[in-house]
Design a protein around this ligand. Structure first.
Ligand code: FE2
Ligand code: FE2
Length: 149
């Protein structure tokens, strides 16, 4: 029972985290940074969206409706990263993106350990973990290439 409750609260937290990533990367698509950047961010939107959908499906399977995400990007970013953040400008897009991904990676590592008794979830979390790692590396590389570090 306690185990089930903990699982549900984890799935809810990850659903929120992933939906925030969707919204955050989506917000960068209007950036003037160029086609390469926009295509990469558009790809990340798709991937984060597939992550969010997975957590939503898991919750629904357990009889929990998909939660509504409320609040502005600023409020959400602050609540996730625990600090005030600058969300605008292509210069900051990758920097905050990396911070968000690093936060996600840390959370995924904890969840993976806890999910060891749920093989399907465990495998999926590992896949998502690697997706997040690829996003981090892409943005770090982009910062490096454009000297925006
Ligand atoms: Fe994700
Ligand atoms: Fe990601």
């Amino acid at each position: 029972m306690g185990k089930q409750k903990n699982l549900i609260s984890k799935l809810l937290a990850f659903y929120r985290l992933e939906e925030f990533q969707v919204a955050y990367y989506q917000a960068q698509l209007s950036s003037s940074e160029g086609e390469y950047f926009r295509r990469a961010f558009s790809r990340m939107v798709d991937i984060e969206n597939s992550h969010a959908q997975y957590f939503s499906r898991k919750l629904n399977q357990m009889g929990i409706p998909t939660p509504k995400i409320t609040g502005s990007l600023f409020t959400l970013a602050g609540s996730i990263l625990g600090e005030s953040v600058e969300l605008t400008g292509s210069l900051n897009a990758c920097k905050l993106g990396v911070a968000l991904e690093k936060h996600a990676l840390k959370e995924y590592r904890k969840f993976i350990i806890e999910a060891v008794d749920y093989p399907e979830l465990y495998n999926t979390l590992w896949q998502f973990y690697l997706d997040e790692e690829f996003h981090t590396l892409w943005m770090e590389d982009y910062l490096q290439k454009t000297n925006k570090k």
